[in-house]
Ligand binder design. Sequence first.
Ligand SMILES: [Mg+2]
Length: 349
Amino acid sequence: MRITDVKAVYPNYRHVVPSWRTHFWQIVVRVETDAGVVGLGYGGGGVASVEIVNRHFRELIVGRRVDSVLDIEGIWDALYDASLPYGRKGLAIMALSGIDLALYDLLGKAEGIPVYALCGGLKKQRAFAYATGQNSELYREKGFMATKFAHRWTGDEADYEDAVNRANRARELYGADAMIMVDCYMSWDGEVTLEMSRRLAEFNLFWFEDVLNPDDLEGQAALRDKVKPTLIAGGEHEFSHHGFRDIASAGALGVWQPDLTWCGGITAGLRILDIARRHDIPVSPHRGGEVWGLHLIVGSDCMDLAEVHNDQIVAERDELWLNAPKAVDGYIAPSDAPGFGVTLNEAML
Ligand SMILES: [Mg+2]
C-alpha cells in the first residue's frame, strides 16, 4: 500500500494533568493509504511537532510504500536524515515517533496482527506492572505489587527524611521482596545521591531514576558502583539508538527507560534493544503501561516491567485513546486486536 496523506493534530485536551506531562504535549499522527487502511500514532512536542509533521515530514513520505517493517525502517532513516540539521534529539524525533508508531499501527491493521507480532512475536502473555505516583496505599489496594514514588530535592535537609518516610511506607505496604523505586526527576546531584544511597540502604530500593542531568553521562556512570545494589535508571530524555549508544559507551545507566512516543517509536525502540542486549542492560520503557510501550515489552526481550502512571489509575485524564488496557491484579496486557488495538476519541480532535 502507498501513503496518500499524513496529518498531525494537537488534541483539545480538557484535562491537563499537573505533572511533567504538561511539558510534553502529546500529538496524534494519522497516516492514510490507498488501501483504505489508516494508521494512528502518538508523538511528543505539541504544536511545534505538529508543524514538523505537516510541513516537512508529510511531503517526504506521501507516495512511499509501506508493506513491511523494512519499509518503516527506511522511512525512519529518511526522516531522520532530512531533519538532521534541526533534529537528532528533541522535537524532531518526538514528531518522528508519532509517524513511526502510526506506521506500525497501519502495518498491523493491514496484516490483521497486533504490533507485538511485528516486533518479533509474543514473548510475554502479560507484563508485570508498577504504579508511579505518591498514592502508594491506593495502588496496593488496586492490586499493584510494585511502585515508584517521586521525590524532589529542594536543598532542605528534611528532604532526606521525606525520602526515608516514603520508602519506609512503601516497603511496609508492598512487602520485603517488592520492587520499590524512586524518581527524583534530575533534582538530586552526586552528593545527594550518595547520601540518599546511605539513608535508603535498609529499604533496598530497586532503582534511583534520573538522578542527574541526562547530559552528565560521566557523573551518572561514576555513581553506579557506589549505590549498588540499587541501579541508576534513566533514558526518558534520550533520543534514538544514537543517543543510547552514547549512554552505553559511557556506561552511564544500569536500566534504560526510552519513551516510545518520544525516542523514535518502535523502530528506535528495537534498535535501542539491540544495543542494550550487547551491553547486558535491562530496558524498561517509560510509560510502558501505555500501548506504545506495552507492545514492545511483550513482543521483545524488554524487561518484564510496565510503568502505569497515577493518572491512568485514578482516571484523571482525557480518554483520548479508547479501549486502552488497564492493569488487573498487578499485571497489564495489550489486546490481540490489529495494530496497537486502540481507537481514537475523534471528539477530542
Ligand atoms: Mg521518570
